[in-house]
Design a protein around this ligand. Structure first.
Ligand code: AMP
Length: 114
C-alpha cells in the first residue's frame, strides 16, 4: 500500500486544515500557500490521483465538485470573477497526487498562466 497523500490525511482528520466545505463526497479547504486573496482547494473524498484517473462512473461526483465550486465562489463573494485550475501530471505542475481543483479569486488574474 502506497503512502497516504497529504490530502487523504486531511480527509481522515489526521492533519488540520482550514475547511470551508465538507459533505459525504467532497471537501474544500484553504490552500496553505495562497496565490490569491481567495485560494481554496476542492477535492473528492474518493482517492482519484489525477484527471487522468477519473473513471466513467465518477461523472456524477465530478459534476458535484463543480456545483460545490460554484457555491463556494458565491459564498466567498467572487462575483467579479475567479479561476478554477486543475494541474495534471509533472508537466502540468501537479505536486499532490490526489485530484484537486484550485479556486482562485479576489484579484485580477493574468493570462496565460506560466
Ligand atoms: P498542485 O501543485 O496543483 O498539486 O497543488 C497542490 C497545492 O496544495 C499547492 O497549492 C499547495 O500549496 C497545497 N497544499 C499542500 N499541502 C497543503 C495542506 N496541508 N493544506 C492546504 N494546502 C496544501
Amino acid at each position: 500500500m502506497s503512502e497516504k497523500t497529504i490530502f487523504k490525511r486531511i480527509i481522515d482528520g489526521e492533519i488540520p486544515a482550514d475547511i470551508v466545505h465538507d459533505d459525504e463526497r467532497c471537501m474544500a479547504f484553504r490552500d496553505v500557500n495562497p496565490q490569491a486573496p481567495t485560494h481554496i482547494l476542492v477535492i473528492p473524498k474518493k482517492e482519484i490521483p489525477s484527471i487522468d484517473h477519473i473513471a466513467d462512473e465518477d461523472q456524477m461526483l465530478i459534476g458535484h465538485l463543480w456545483k460545490v465550486i460554484r457555491d463556494i465562489a458565491r459564498a466567498e463573494d467572487l462575483g467579479d470573477g475567479y479561476r478554477v485550475i486543475v494541474n495534471c501530471g509533472q508537466q502540468g505542475g501537479q505536486t499532490v497526487d490526489h485530484l484537486h481543483f484550485h479556486l482562485l479569486g479576489g484579484r485580477s488574474l493574468s493570462w496565460p498562466p506560466g
